[in-house]
Write a protein that binds this ligand. Structure first.
Ligand code: ATP
Ligand code: MG
Length: 343
């Protein structure tokens, strides 16, 4: 039988999942998972979350539980997909150690995503070393599972590029050991970087401008009603801008009827369509998408023991694979000295 292609991706437990995650990465994960063609691994990157939350471990710990529920609620299926927690696999940290020697500090500092995030966190003068090297630890996560496909949003593409450079360097120096991965983004360009409800370029947990998958209907309604539209669209009859208008961007990402969205867009542009009407339509569309996820989440919440068990089993399964990869890596680097080194 032909070996199935490995898919791996993850999220940082720095809050619960938002609609940006859904559009940017989860939708692709679900489609690929359900196609049956891929051997899927999805994980909670708690060690990575600690790189910029070392002083707030409680937030990370609480968010791990949130993410577990979110994963199951969106339809990641433990029968089709190995769900695991990063810290349960210490082999990843050792793999990261070997890779750190193949990357310069200057290269990490030049990474556009890392650069943006350093600014966002005010880390300019005091970036934690762990945070600066998170792209290296991410390379360990991806390669430990021989992943070929990594579904991500646009902001993560430079980080995947870093993994690819490490794979190149490692294979050149130590032999053909690692599998080359590639990032996969959504087809809809707008979904690759869903903007925040405040109009900022990216919805992000650490920025706090999100609609969360677990938000109740009333919260979603309030968030949408407060959303950024066109500040120059003062009277209903005024022509409005749909290009920088977050409400329209969301409709283009989450709307089920794109023909209707296109008609509304044209109407808004020529004038005569009020923001409240557009927002009410977006509320309807969001509800249709979020209500079933919310309901499944509530079901799983009733049995947290079962939820933890799913991740415990997934982590065990994943660890076996990471151990094999580490063995391959140690052998290639030449750091095996003793017979019977393996337990
Ligand atoms: P943090 O602010 O803590 O980094 P985050 O909201 O960026 O949190 P991550 O856990 O870093 O979330 O990202 C998980 C996945 O979701 C990544 O593949 C990332 O590219 C994708 N993603 C995150 N935010 C968005 C967004 N606004 N639009 C599209 N994809 C996104
Ligand atoms: Mg992020």
């Amino acid at each position: 039988m032909r070996k199935r292609i490995r898919l791996l991706t993850g999220d940082r437990p720095t809050g619960s999942l938002h609609v940006g995650h859904y559009a940017g990465s989860i939708k692709n994960r679900l489609e690929l998972q359900n196609s049956g063609k891929y051997d899927c691994f999805v994980f909670i990157a708690d060690m990575q979350a600690l790189t910029d939350n070392a002083f707030n471990p409680r937030k990370v710990r609480d968010s791990v539980k949130e993410l577990m529920l979110d994963y199951l609620a969106v339809g990641l299926d433990p029968k089709k997909c190995t769900l695991f927690v990063q810290s349960g696999i210490p082999e990843l940290a050792e793999i990261c150690m070997y890779y750190m020697n193949l990357v310069t500090v200057a290269r990490l500092q030049r990474n556009p995503t890392v650069k943006d995030e350093i600014k966002q966190h005010n880390f300019e003068k005091s970036v934690p070393a762990g945070f600066l090297v998170y792209p290296v630890s991410q390379a360990a996560d991806i390669t430990a599972f021989d992943a070929e496909i990594v579904p991500v949003g646009e902001d993560q593409m430079p980080v995947i590029e870093q993994t690819r450079e490490i794979v190149h360097a490692f294979n050149r120096i130590y032999g053909d050991v690692l599998v080359m991965p590639r990032g996969v983004m959504p087809e809809n360009i707008l979904a690759r970087r869903v903007p925040g409800i405040d109009g900022q370029a990216k919805m992000g947990k650490s920025i706090g401008n999100c609609i969360y998958l677990k938000d109740d209907a009333d919260t979603v309604r309030k968030k949408i009603m407060s959303m950024y539209t066109d500040p120059n669209h003062i009277r209903v009859e005024d022509p409005g801008d749909t290009k920088n208008n977050v409400v329209f961007k969301y409709l283009e990402i989450f709307g089920r009827d794109q023909k209707k969205v296109a008609e509304m867009k044209a109407h808004y542009q020529r004038g005569g369509l009020g923001d409240v009407v557009v927002k009410k339509y977006l509320i309807e569309e969001m509800e249709a998408f979020l209500a079933p996820i919310r309901a499944r989440r509530q079901e799983y919440e009733k049995d947290m023991d079962k939820v933890y068990k799913i991740f415990e089993e997934g982590t065990k399964r994943a660890r076996k694979i990471a151990k094999q990869t580490l063995k391959r890596i140690r052998k290639a680097v030449g750091v095996e000295y003793f017979k019977g080194e393996e337990e």
